[in-house]
Write a new protein. Sequence first.
Length: 565
Amino acid sequence: MLTDLVIENFALIKEMNLNFREGLNIFTGETGSGKSTVIKALDMLLGARASTDFIRHGEEKAIIGACFDIKDNQEVKDKADELGISLSEDDNLILRREINKSGNNKSRVNGQVVTLELTRKLSRSLIDIQGQHEYQSLLSSQEQLELLDEFKGAEINDLKEDLAVIAKELKAKQKKLDDLNQDQKERERRIDLLKFQLNEIEEAELEVGEYEELMSEKKRLDNAEEISKTVSEAYQRIYESDMHQSGILDDLNQLLKELRNLPVMDEQLKETLDLLEQVSYDLEEVSFQLNDYQNDIEFNEQRLAVIIERLDLINNLKRKYGDTIEEILEYHQDIKLELDELKNSKERKSQIKSEIADLKEEYFKLAEQLTKIRKNVAANIEEKVLKQLDDLSMPEVKFKIKFTETDNFSANGKDKVDFLIATNPGAELKKLAKIASGGELSRVMLALKSITADLGQLSTLVFDEIDAGIGGRVAKLVAEKLVFLTKSHQVLCITHLPQIACMADQHYLIKKEVNDNSAQTTAEALTTDKQTKELARMLAGNINTTTLGHATELIHKAAEKKDAI
């Protein structure tokens, strides 16, 4: 549940610290005092879109923070763990959001900077805020369908996931079919282009690694004369000799001859002499290899021309089809497959149509299962909503959930639902949007919330203007319904009606004060005496002995009613 809310420099609020209790937490105050601003700040903390317009005049940033006790909310604990959020030992979850004029807004959970989307994911399992906007969203068929689906959460979600997979595959298959059905001339032009490209690549008879080998051979041929000259000189220096100068090998052999008898005199020199002999053998082998290389090397101008022509061909293909031979060959495979598809478009179209038919059959089968579950749920909801509305002084109301079939393929199946209502005897059932007044819509919302509140582990419910368009005995019934919700949830509620406010377990008076040409919204937690005065003001607009007496009586009766619920 929500235990603390701190608001700084938000709209007309300079600083506000609110502590909440279990049960019913009520906000009252004059129109324009800033009651809804408190809820707006809470909503923004939980992930609503931020605006610098809410930063208090003259300040650089607004700060909103809240503490939630989640010791009994395993759903939030699991989600926090999944999202990598560390929890405190006392099972508190602390949210904080800074809204800066610079636009550098920050959200934190337990001191850890997080994305706004992560905050939203957590808050969905923490708190539910119902205001005038949410009441209007109830008029949307899509929202009504999602609300219906909540009743069979896991079972319906599994079916919707399967339907989503099929719908995605159907879309892909249909796209392929549409491509095959494109203009015949365009298809023929594409076939001609692919044939040309395929033929051009195939005629080249490319081989992986060929380009590198050709470049190496070209480099060798380009430098054949210099290489031959250097190799020849090296051979001559090692092996050949003339009357003026002996070769390295001759010198080495002469040295060996002079040293050969030394081991007889000192055996320690034998290993050294052996090494020198091995050097002689190795050097002789080097000379043979240089001689062979020199005999083989030649500057073949014709071969060089062939290589240059081949490299030009490969570079031309690389410019068109890929940076490497591997990429060109991969492109060749891709266009070959595409060409086969285009050539065999009739057979391919027939195959895809068959695949689409199979997918649709599977889709309709799952969608039918989904519809069946939903209709069973809808009958249950209708019965429960009528009971709740009877409790809220709408005994003659008729409420039905109408199903119509759509022609689209999506994760939602084939169902479109509309909540229909008739508020007067003999009246025709019409869509909620066309028939419900503000007071009726508030009661329908409260009825739905009463039967959906226990579907998850959501601990806190917030109602802004739940009393719109109602009064008298209906207000008393709405108050009792809110008290009923507090048996399993913490409830925060803004109200203008004393019949609701008197039920408070915690009552905050929101006031707007003007000092030195500066307006400021403040909150005061009311004692019993101050609550009595506030109820007196709400009853008659002024405080006197009579209104105080009526207010005291309201509080006593409220206490008796809460004990009885």
